[in-house]
Write a protein that binds this ligand. Sequence first.
Ligand SMILES: [Mn+2]
Length: 397
Amino acid sequence: MSSFLAIAFFVVVQLVLGHSPLERAGDQLPLTEFEAAPQTWLEKYGKQIDQPFSGPLAFSHLPYTRCLENEEELFDIAILGIPFDTGKLLIPDARFGPYAIRSGSRRQREARGYTMSWGNNPYDHGAKIIDCGDIPVNPFDNALAVDQMEVAYSTLLSRPTVAKSSLTQKLTKGGVNHPRIVSLGGDHTIVLPILRALHKIYGPISVIHFDAHLDTWPGYAGGITEQSKVTHGTFFHLAQQEGLMTNTSIHAGIRCKLGGVEDLDNDESVGFQLISTDDIDDLGISEIIRRIRHRVGTSPVYLSLDIDVIDPGIAPATGTPEAGGWTTRELKRIIRGLAGLNFVGADLVEVSPAYDVAEVTAIAAADLVHDFLSMFLSEKPPHSHSRTRRVSPKDEL
Ligand SMILES: [Mn+2]
């Protein structure tokens, strides 16, 4: 206590004399490392990776290139934004979906891509994965926009791949490898020009379709022009009429209200089997996975995921929300069960960020796109038990 009183007395005396208590004549505080001689950023800090909140907006901080114009750019998997939303009925704003999903991916990056649930990091498979930017679709003329989307998709699809690993390449009948594109929508109409482009390479393909809605309706009441038939609820019907799909496609997560059973009959004629939202309670996740895999077999398969398959309480930012959907966790488990199928491409559509809350929908969408990469690059589904930690046999119950 006496030493405390002595120090307090010294401080008071120094303050009365106008000195800082730590200042002494002829003596200065040592320079801190931040007060060293001027240096450039590179001299002092070297190259630094961007923080989760800094840098240009690319999916998961991947290299960003406008691939449509940079014709020398090659890749194995491309992230491609398709900001088209003038084919939808209700809530607009999906043209900002690619921006939102990229923003929702800010905390993702190659170096931290390992997940316990997959047991791998998709960026460790030797595939060149880049963000190819957006297709600058025309917002005033849907016919023009649909053609732009098909031309853009075909342009990227026709480029040779980079990696030689069999994990990252799928063979066509002609033995030529093509890259795979993960499209960020955009409303669901974008799938029609995508299927047209894929058909030129692969012929008719199967579709795995996660959605609250069928999207196989033959037309929209009041649609009298040819272009008005091309909507986010009719594109599968049109694709079937054009011969773009096999009759071995499957929906999962369906729960929308219908005009009647005739909608289901029509849906079957378009080539779809149906797994309803409620089936997850009665069948369980593993049976849903088994049915999807059995349905599409080894045929070339395209995965299309409408974010509205997730419950709108969890993913509210979407154009036609339907109550009572799956959780993100349930959907992620089903997607993990699809690894090893012959995927030729995938999309995530119908994110309308103006209706989001704290980016929860965009973050879920970005997370699912990360899963798509592992799904593309894993030879088979991961072990059913997630590796929460490494355990020795004697630790297991
Ligand atoms: Mn939908």
